[in-house]
Ligand binder design. Structure first.
Ligand SMILES: Cc1cc2nc3c(=O)[nH]c(=O)nc-3n(C[C@H](O)[C@H](O)[C@H](O)COP(=O)(O)OP(=O)(O)OC[C@H]3O[C@@H](n4cnc5c(N)ncnc54)[C@H](O)[C@@H]3O)c2cc1C
Length: 415
């Protein structure tokens, strides 16, 4: 069903509730964990007709949006008036605000600017009985009782239906520049990032590609990357135009001192895009190795990043799986992209075993199994291994309070 108004949503929810029909919200359907998978039948409520930016307030620096607004469209609209909405799932040309809220999306800029959860001031949410609540206020601060808005962030459509969001905006940085540098290992790249931060620089992105990702991109896209190297660091700096040269030269000095080679930086927007091209193409390149590709979003502290990446490589080698690894050094967030043939039973079995070991390794390093993609159906069996048992019990109790009949996206996050 394609609601056009909040009243439409309320009517659909009331009907589903009365008849105990599962109700699955859908933005662009791009989530990576089966969060809008409809395995029990039911109504799919798609927000493509509730896709309006209702208002942008330049004085308060806020935007009021419907849930189906595409993240990239909002970014462009606010940037045209000098404002900035930093959350940037890399599929932002299609994915929606409702989906980003429900999956607690992040992206490459999260380390400096935070994820979607940091930009929510107020939500209008239709509850499972069709009533509507407002979770916050049109103010930057709010210490007035429980923070109900954050409860819906990452709830994957299991607690309520977001029908309107009041989002915080910030001033758009005046200028930006992209640098790239090669290292002999991810550990060396991570150490270099630590030195950059210790010297009080705060790049807007600190992304990496491992040796396999570099080789795979080069094999299929031939963009001139150095395939001899085991790590590529991509750094984006931003701020006032007058600060860019100082930031860049200081960072280049640190990179040189920490063993980097092949350092380059953009002087035009075209060159910046070219530097990002390799990182952006890595998923598509890995997809060309086998009929299917699956990615993940495990996260550890930055100090454990090198150990996690090495461990993932060893696990994939053990199970004979092709993996290229990319991620965000600032956050310690790793995306192992595994190419496989899902119709090959042996390979799929190996993938499941490898995934289990990757999650165990992540947990043993004090990390967690989802940084930004969510749990959905894909990871629910692993949730009790990484979240305290009592916490999972409380999540279930919260679900019961908001959705006593269990109609909202049943079977997601936990059974
Ligand atoms: C190529 C690719 C790259 C990606 N890169 C990143 C990345 O860099 N960072 C990152 O964080 N994520 C990334 N993602 C995952 C990203 O979180 C999701 O793709 C995106 O946020 C989902 O938006 P969507 O509109 O497609 O939502 P959908 O997939 O349609 O839905 C996601 C969830 O939201 C629920 N939902 C949708 N609308 C509502 C609503 N109005 N109210 C309540 N629940 C709702 C759905 O029921 C479902 O549970 C990537 C995905 C892909 C495919």
């Amino acid at each position: 069903m394609f609601p056009e108004t909040i009243e439409d949503v309320q009517a659909i929810v009331r009907y589903a509730n009365k008849n105990r029909i599962p109700l699955i919200c859908r933005g662009a359907g791009t989530n990576l964990v089966g969060a809008c998978f409809c395995d029990q039948g039911g109504i799919i409520m798609c927000f493509s007709k509730m896709n309006k930016i209702i208002s942008v307030n330049r004085t308060d620096m806020t935007a009021t949006v419907q849930p189906g607004v595409v993240v990239g469209d909002l970014q462009k609209t606010v940037e045209d008036v000098g404002l900035f909405f930093p959350p940037d799932p890399s599929n932002l040309r299609v994915s929606t605000i409702g989906g980003a809220i429900a999956q607690s999306a992040g992206g490459a800029r999260t380390f400096k600017y935070g994820g979607i959860k940091d930009y929510i001031l107020d939500l209008k949410v239709v509850l499972s009985d069709g009533s509507i609540i407002q979770t916050g206020s049109n103010t930057i601060k709010n210490a007035t009782g429980y923070n109900l808005g954050q409860l819906f962030v990452g709830s994957e459509g299991t607690l309520g239906v977001v029908v309107e969001a009041l989002l915080k905006l910030i001033p758009k940085p005046e200028a930006s520049q992209v640098l790239m540098a090669y290292f002999n290992s991810i550990k060396e790249a991570a150490n270099s990032v630590n030195t950059i931060l210790q010297n009080r620089f705060m790049p807007s992105t600190l992304d990496f590609m491992d040796g396999n990702a570099i080789k795979t991109v080069e094999r299929f896209f031939n963009i001139g990357l150095n395939t001899e190297k085991d790590a590529l660091l991509i750094i984006e700096i931003d701020g006032f135009a007058c600060s860019i040269d100082y930031q860049r030269e200081s960072i280049i000095k640190i990179l040189n001192q920490s063993g980097a080679s092949g350092i380059r930086y953009s002087t035009t927007e075209e060159e910046a895009k070219k530097i990002w091209q390799g990182r952006r193409a890595s998923f598509a390149a890995t997809a060309k190795l086998k009929p299917d590709v699956l990615t993940d979003d495990v996260i550890v502290s930055r100090s454990n990043l090198g150990t996690l990446v090495k461990g993932i490589k060893n696990i994939c080698d053990k199970y004979n799986l092709l993996v290229s690894i990319v991620g965000h050094v600032g956050d310690g967030n790793v995306h192992p992209q595994i190419a496989l043939n899902l119709d090959d039973k042996e390979e799929y079995k190996n993938y499941k075993l490898a995934k289990n070991e990757i999650y165990k390794l992540t947990a043993s390093l004090g990390g967690i199994i989802s940084a930004e993609h969510g749990i959905g159906v894909e990871k629910k069996e692993f949730l009790p291994n990484v979240v305290h048992g009592l916490s999972v019990d409380f999540m279930r109790k919260i679900k019961k309070v908001f959705d006593p009949k269990g109609i909202l996206n049943p079977g997601k996050i936990f059974d």
